[in-house]
Write a protein that binds this ligand. Structure first.
Ligand SMILES: [Fe+2]
Length: 384
């Protein structure tokens, strides 16, 4: 949703008194096999000019979407898309002038597709739309098909692109960037290897937990957050153990969708802010970066969110003794690497990483407990 439309009541007021705007895609198609049925789901599909936005792997299997004759595939989406990556896409989109833009992949592909959709026929460029509700209305259809179960970008209004000069992630947020049709097809995720399944599953979990415990938490969104956490608790370990477990894949696809619902109206907090420098500086995949931080921010926030932290603990099947240790063990049992030193981070990096994370006020201002640069260094040290 558009952050500009968000609650303005003080966060200390009863959550029920906080106004909220909740923008969702015009249509959500959920179910195995849906992605192969685009011709039935997108009006006038056969005559459309379709630009598929994907990474190399998903570009290689875009045939399964039954693309119409007039299509192009942008196959160069990078894991942490940056401004040059976006420029390449916008050049192709402006040259081709599609009337459907289809994001097919993880969060990076779907985010770039959103930007191409608002920029491809516009005089604006990305810098003009960084912030909230700066983008002009789009004239092409936007379709999102996630191929991982994590980001929830398929239902979101936000896109992140890294500025290589500052290493900062720039966020554009506009209701014009919400997809017309989001197609959540768990079949698209069955080929994900266990490590990616685990990392992206923790990303979905982090979206739900951070929104659930945020200063901006809202009862209308808590429903999705709570359900999403429960789905991860029930199905993530199963999907990691057996990628062909279709019920587990469906549970995770739904958890990611619920996590996406949490992102728009409430959004993430410290967990994501602290994970960003790992992605931008050390190219740690987003989900894994979230995982390595997750136990520490969860434990840091627990004293000021005792009741909700207890709910998280129960939904994840913990015994309720030590939130940090149990969530750490939960992640390691999924096969996730939980030490930043194994990702190229050294002790002398921590101070500047902490300063960078601390400056991400759009997230940290909503963390339930104030977090100083020193607090962040301590968390990083614990995760090193
Ligand atoms: Fe995320």
């Amino acid at each position: 949703m558009s952050s500009a439309l968000q609650a303005s009541a003080p966060a200390s007021a009863s959550p029920l008194l906080r106004p909220l705007t909740f923008v969702q895609p015009g249509r959500i198609e959920y179910g195995a096999g849906k992605a192969r049925r685009l011709a039935d789901l997108v009006p006038g599909w056969a005559e459309r000019r379709v630009l598929v936005v994907a990474d190399a792997f998903n570009a290689g299997r875009a045939d399964l979407l039954g693309l119409p004759p007039q299509h192009q595939i942008f196959s160069q989406v990078r894991p942490e898309p940056d401004l040059p990556n976006l420029d390449l896409l916008i050049d192709q989109a402006r040259g081709f002038a599609p009337d459907v833009i289809l994001g097919f992949g993880g969060g990076s592909a779907m985010d770039l597709a959103k930007l191409a959709a608002v920029l491809c026929r516009s005089a604006q460029d990305f810098r003009d739309i960084v912030g909230v509700d700066k983008a002009e209305p789009r004239t092409c259809l936007l379709v999102s098909i996630p191929t991982t179960a994590g980001t929830g970008s398929e239902v979101g209004a936000r896109a992140l692109v890294m500025d290589p000069a500052s290493k900062a992630k720039l966020a554009a947020d506009s209701h014009h960037m919400v997809a017309d049709i989001a197609i959540v097809d768990p079949e698209m995720t069955t080929s994900l290897p266990p490590a990616v399944t685990a990392a992206t599953g923790i990303d979905a979990l982090a979206h739900c937990v951070e929104a659930f415990t945020s200063r901006r938490a809202h009862p209308l969104v808590d429903i999705y957050a709570r359900e999403g956490i429960g789905l991860v608790g029930r199905y993530l370990a199963r999907a990691v153990a057996d990628g062909s477990d279709v019920e587990a894949r469906a549970g995770l696809a739904m958890a990611a969708l619920y996590g996406g619902f949490c992102l728009g109206p409430v959004n993430t907090t410290a967990g994501h802010a602290l994970s960003y420098p790992l992605g931008t500086r050390f190219q740690v995949p987003h989900g894994l970066a979230n995982a390595v931080i997750f136990p520490h921010t969860l434990a840091f926030n627990a004293p000021v969110r005792a009741e909700k932290s207890q709910v998280v603990s129960e939904l994840l099947g913990f015994k309720g003794q030590d939130l940090r240790a149990e969530s750490y063990d939960y992640c390691t049992a999924l096969g996730l690497e939980m030490q930043m030193s194994k990702m190229g981070v050294a002790a002398h990096d921590l101070q500047s990483m902490a300063e960078e994370a601390h400056a991400i006020r759009r997230l940290l201002d909503h963390n339930p407990r104030d977090m100083s640069v020193t607090d962040i260094v301590e968390i990083y040290r614990a995760a090193l």
